[in-house]
Write a protein that binds this ligand. Sequence first.
Ligand code: SF4
Length: 361
Amino acid sequence: MDIIDFANIPCTIGALEYLRNSDIGSNDLCTHVAFGSIRTTGKERVLEALQDGAIKYRRGNKPASEKELLAYPIARIIVSCINNNSLTKRYALAVAKSSYEYIKELKSAVLLKELAADFGINITPDARNVNVAMHFTDYIHHARVLHEPKWKLLNRTVQQGMLTISKNDLARLMEEAVRKKVESGLPHEVPQDIREALKPYINEVQEAINARASKQDFSRDGFSEVVPDCFPPCISSAIADVQANVNLSHTMRFAMTSFLLNIGMKPEKITEIFRASPDFREQDTNYQISHISGASGTTYTCPSCATMGTNGNCPCKAPACKKIEHPLVYYRRKVWIENKKQATRKIEPQKGGGQVDGIAN
Ligand code: SF4
């Protein structure tokens, strides 16, 4: 692999090694005046991911590739400092989509094999470099999050543990591997002096996030009776996934929809949340929501934490999840705590002197 490959798939072991051996230290990259344009590039890639959900291809020659690769750690620092779940997922997905486009077009079978091996996938391309053979366990490991029927192992022919897929399908599997790898290391710790040095870039991205949020009006509108800040991690993470264009598993779609219905969100608002989903079909979504809400005679309740865990839908045991057995209990408790805090805040000024009301009047 060379610098052009590294710039196109910047999370490979080779790319990280290249960055480690670079003459430019990470501190200089973030602070030195000479590298201002690299910092700007890093910020622009984050903005592209946020606004377009994709990072455009600009890495056709060595100098352009070097700049893109050096901008990658800057982009990751910006994403880490902002520490917004939706931005993190959107950025990881944009890097992955850009990698997909590159892998799909790769002409060299040797390079394809090398790249796949970098992600732990052992492949054997055929003579024309159109299809590749791989062990079914590697296939399952990466395909299990893809929900279209064609990815089911049942729909592939397995012979002596091996199956054959097209190069395009391999690129799709590797897109998933890239997304996971980029996302898994984010957010990372950032020293205070680096945060300070990158403050203007971080602020610019934060402003873009705020502008998007107020346009989408997701955070408040339609939630009049419900409080998104009190959602448990499993539901917040599913919503962030949907907003970042990541496909949800069927079980997670069910859990998220039933949870939102159970806490009183309007079906139209739930449809709006799913609209960003890559496989969104309005009619199907509306049907599923109305089915879960009881149109067929059974009203469904969000699954318990135990079921969520079994289905791989519990992202963590956050401290607030301790002793929680149901996402709805988590939510109700948090709402109760928030309401109590607000009530205390309202009472406190009166304790300090009844003049506040008098002045306001
Ligand atoms: S413990 Fe329960 S509420 Fe918390 S994230 Fe897991 S499933 Fe959700």
